[in-house]
Design a protein around this ligand. Structure first.
Ligand SMILES: Cc1cc2nc3c(=O)[nH]c(=O)nc-3n(C[C@H](O)[C@H](O)[C@H](O)COP(=O)(O)OP(=O)(O)OC[C@H]3O[C@@H](n4cnc5c(N)ncnc54)[C@H](O)[C@@H]3O)c2cc1C
Length: 406
């Protein structure tokens, strides 16, 4: 990781996770001097962004990486999803979405977060215009002057200044708080238990999502022939599920998922994440803005959180390209206005999916089955669902369309 060489930058990014690092790489296309302040060392076991999860990348994220010249490396580490198969335990009928039917080569690509992290962090190292200050945290900010000022504590205590400060420090963003922006947070009362395993029938390029009374289960294809899984469990059951012997865990998963992929074996390490919906009440303060999970934390049911954050990155970059005053009020207003509708739509879409598929109340179950069949049978409905999943709905900024910034 780079070390601090300056006291003044064009853009100061708090958080060098998936979104902060991607933003830094995007800004390097504009020859801006960028500092990324990241709390956790790159190869730490507890790096919270580049961990053992896997992420399904949407087409708009793919295009962004293409525009940044990173796609060949990300693609080499990813597995395409060509089909999505959605079913409901104990119910008749399933839905599927097919890439060919949608006229695309793949609906998305799956990559291990740790592997994506390696690609992004290596790319950052190649840019002299990006300084990564790590491990270090922003402990205070001052937004009263013409520039944002941040006090950073790492090896030493330093004051950094920039006309634009970006909070990309995740759902529990402390920089968001320092900006004076509150966030609403509601727990889903669920945890996601993740890991990977081998399936007897090769998973190929199909992603499976199955709704059970406890919560959804997803299997995603990953590039060594294994399947990454997410099993959503009620919060109170998470500790028990995490503590099960491997075989007992596999037996439960098999019982919930069924035999569509044959026997499930060779379980890897498991980890658990509490699930909540969080949303900042505003996206900007003077000389500062929120991107990624600091602005919105979603339930992973529709695999959209990172992808939505990448559209924040792309829109912010467009606003920066077009701005006369980097970090000035009109640039910030434009960003906030632009992102409002995409973020609200995704929050509502994901939240309603959780409500629709998570409930065991009889009327909702009926609706849920109708809903699933409806979106399989009615092309318009399924087309809209697929467009949302692929991240192509709404007005798209340059990077999300695969167009370089310069
Ligand atoms: C189980 C699960 C599965 C998911 N699957 C998908 C998926 O398939 N597709 C998808 O699009 N999304 C998915 N998501 C969502 C996705 O992981 C998040 O949206 C994404 O990680 C957000 O990235 P971020 O960089 O904004 O925040 P984070 O990943 O939380 O990164 C924040 C970074 O900031 C650092 N930091 C924190 N505080 C400070 C501080 N004070 N100073 C400096 N640095 C700080 C942290 O160390 C971290 O590196 C999933 C989420 C979960 C829980």
């Amino acid at each position: 990781m780079g070390t601090r060489t300056k006291e003044r930058y064009d853009v100061l990014i708090a958080g060098g996770g998936m979104i902060g690092t991607s933003l830094a790489l995007a800004l390097s296309q504009l020859d801006l001097e960028v500092a990324v302040v990241e709390a956790v060392a790159r190869d730490s076991d507890v790096q919270p962004s580049f961990d053992d999860r896997s992420t399904a990348l949407s087409r708009s994220t793919q295009r962004t990486f293409e525009a940044l010249g990173l796609w060949p490396k990300v693609a080499a580490a990813s597995t395409p999803i060509r089909h999505i198969h959605v079913s409901d335990k104990g119910r008749f009928g399933f839905s599927h979405i097919d890439a060919e039917e949608q006229g695309v080569e793949a609906l998305g690509y799956v990559v291990f977060n740790r592997v994506l992290g390696g690609v992004l962090q290596n790319a950052v190292r190649e840019h002299a215009s990006i300084d990564v200050i790590c491990p270090a945290t922003i402990v205070d900010i001052d937004l009263s002057g013409d520039e944002a000022m941040a006090i950073v504590e790492g090896d030493t205590r330093m004051e950094l200044r920039a006309p634009l400060l970006v909070a990309a420090d995740g759902a529990n963003s402390s920089v968001r708080e320092m900006m004076g922006i509150s966030a609403t947070r509601s727990s889903y009362g669920q945890n996601a238990v993740i890991g990977n395993l081998l399936t007897e029938i090769p998973i190929g390029s199909t992603a499976y999502e199955r709704f059970t009374k406890d919560g959804p289960i997803a299997f995603l294809p990953v590039n060594d022939g294994r399947a990454a899984f997410i099993r959503v469990v009620p919060e109170g059951d998470a500790e028990r599920v995490l503590g099960l012997e491997d075989q007992a865990f596999l037996d439960e998963l098999q019982e919930l998922f069924g035999n569509r992929l044959g026997r499930l074996t060779n379980l890897g390490k498991r980890a658990s994440y509490p699930l909540a919906l969080s949303r900042a009440v505003r996206l900007t303060a003077k000389r500062s803005v929120l991107v990624g999970n600091s602005a919105h934390g979603l339930h992973p049911v529709a695999a959209q959180g990172f992808n939505l954050g990448m559209r924040d990155v792309a829109a912010l970059c467009d606003c920066i390209v077009d701005a006369d005053d980097l970090g000035g009020k009109s640039m910030l207003d434009r960003y906030a206005e632009w992102r409002k509708s995409d973020q609200s739509k995704l929050v509502r879409f994901t939240d309603s999916l959780v409500g629709l598929f998570g409930s065991t109340r009889p009327p909702v179950r009926l609706l849920r089955n109708l809903g699933m069949l409806a979106f399989d049978l009615v092309p318009g409905v399924r087309g809209e669902f697929a467009r949302q999943t692929m991240g192509l709905a709404g007005r798209l900024p340059r990077l999300s369309r695969g167009v370089p910034l310069r």
